[in-house]
Design a protein around this ligand. Structure first.
Ligand code: PLP
Length: 401
């Protein structure tokens, strides 16, 4: 009998693992802001987590040259050798690390490298220590792999810096990995090198992996730039995750990397070979230009971020009721707005963010997205003029409450 197609409606049955995660919480704000913008509203946008600078010209030129040279075919899954060398040599030069080609993989953005690393290391029921506030993707990427995030609080009075003692207390027999993200998104906290070293050594001694997300490692305002990759004797349990997105204003290009022991790198390569394959060929050439070329652009952007930070944080602290820890890196401020809870129907950071958007046309991300309820995140990767315009609006808004 011939097979007869039927049209019985079946319910949508998605996998259990896709139901373990959520669309990035920051998306809700973006969607609401987009609606207002479409209606003609003039918004001040502190929402976007990306540099406002254009990608430096020499990097763009390298990509254009790659297209013209027809460097547009598949490459090795983890990137061409020249790119791996550019990544590991830059890192060795800037931070004193010592990684070989087989310990280096290029991926389609730092988030992709993080995703791969988590998938190859974390199994069902494994615990992963995650400092709060956290970049929202950590939680979902851990959960997608079947892992259990174990949240560790940081002290706002101490600038949200993670302490060795808090991490040590959270370790159990099921701990598989510890996430370190310094400088931090969203708080801008920068851990002291001694504290990082103590945690990495503790983990190494206990056979626990450290996933060090160093996406903002070049945006460190303390003058003590540090990568855990410099702790070469702990390499066995260390995965350093990096990105060109923030360092070289290349968010849309999608280029990130991982430096990790060869067997972990090989496993990530295997996973990548069955998903995205190589990062875009022409972006690989651009990345080589970024990493091997002049580095002044990185410093120039850093100097600008420091000026923007000073202005924004001083302005926020001038608003009665707002307290704000001084961020030491990245490009975010994370002020506490709990003073306003109970006023004008606002009872959470989400309420504050929503009202601020609707009534003052200022876009911020509520702290709920990062695991705290009293804060809002403002990205100061924008022009000084925009920082000022936003401050004026916030002064009026909060002043009227
Ligand atoms: C802490 C952190 N890690 C990783 C990333 C990912 O960056 P990308 O995938 O653009 O390299 C981001 C981006 O916002 C981030 O804030």
């Amino acid at each position: 009998m011939r097979y007869m197609a039927t049209t019985i409606a079946s319910p949508l049955t998605l996998t259990e693992r896709i139901n373990r995660i959520e669309v990035s919480a920051t998306m809700a704000v973006v969607a609401e802001a987009e609606k207002l913008r479409a209606g003609g509203a003039d918004l001040v946008d502190y929402g976007a987590g990306e540099p406002h600078f254009a990608t430096p010209q020499h990097i763009k030129d390298a990509a254009i040259a790659a297209i013209n040279a027809n460097f547009t075919k598949y490459t090795a899954v983890g990137g061409i050798s020249d790119l791996k060398d550019a990544i590991r040599n830059r890192h060795a030069k800037d931070f004193g690390s010592d990684y070989k080609r087989e310990e280096t993989i290029a991926s389609t953005g730092g988030k992709h490298a993080l995703f791969n690393a988590m998938q190859v290391l974390v199994d069902h029921g494994d615990e992963v220590i995650l400092p709060v506030p956290y970049w929202v993707s950590f939680k979902d990427i851990i959960q997608y792999g079947g892992g259990v995030p174990v949240y560790v609080a940081t002290d706002e009075a101490n600038g949200f810096k993670l302490s060795f003692e808090a991490v040590e207390r959270a370790i159990t027999s099921r701990t598989k990995a510890i996430v370190l993200n310094t400088p931090s998104n969203p708080s801008g906290a920068v851990m002291d090198p001694e504290e990082i070293e103590a945690i990495v050594r503790l983990a190494h001694g206990r056979g626990i992996y450290v996933l060090a997300d160093e996406c903002y490692v070049y945006l460190n305002f303390t003058g003590k730039r540090f990568s855990s990759g410099s702790l070469t004797d702990c390499k066995e349990h260390l995965i350093v995750l990096g990105s060109l997105s923030k360092t070289y204003a290349m968010t849309g290009w999608r280029m990130g990397y991982a430096l990790s022991p060869a067997p972990i790198t090989a496993a990530m390569n295997k996973l990548q070979s069955q998903s995205t394959s190589n990062p875009t060929s022409i972006v690989q050439k651009a990345a080589i230009a970024a990493l091997n070329g002049p580095q002044e652009c990185v410093h120039e952007m850093l100097v600008d971020y420091i000026k923007l930070r000073e202005h924004l944080v001083a302005g926020l602290r001038d608003i009665p009721g707002i307290t704000c820890a001084m961020p030491q890196g990245a490009f975010y401020a994370y002020p506490n707005v709990s003073h306003f809870f109970g006023k004008a129907g606002m009872n959470s950071a989400a309420d504050v963010a929503s009202k601020l958007l609707r009534e003052a046309h200022v876009v911020v991300v509520p702290g709920e997205a990062f695991g705290t309820k009293e804060h809002i995140r403002l990205s100061y990767a924008t022009s000084m003029k925009e920082v000022e315009r936003g401050l004026e609006r916030m002064k009026k808004f909060f002043g009227a409450l």
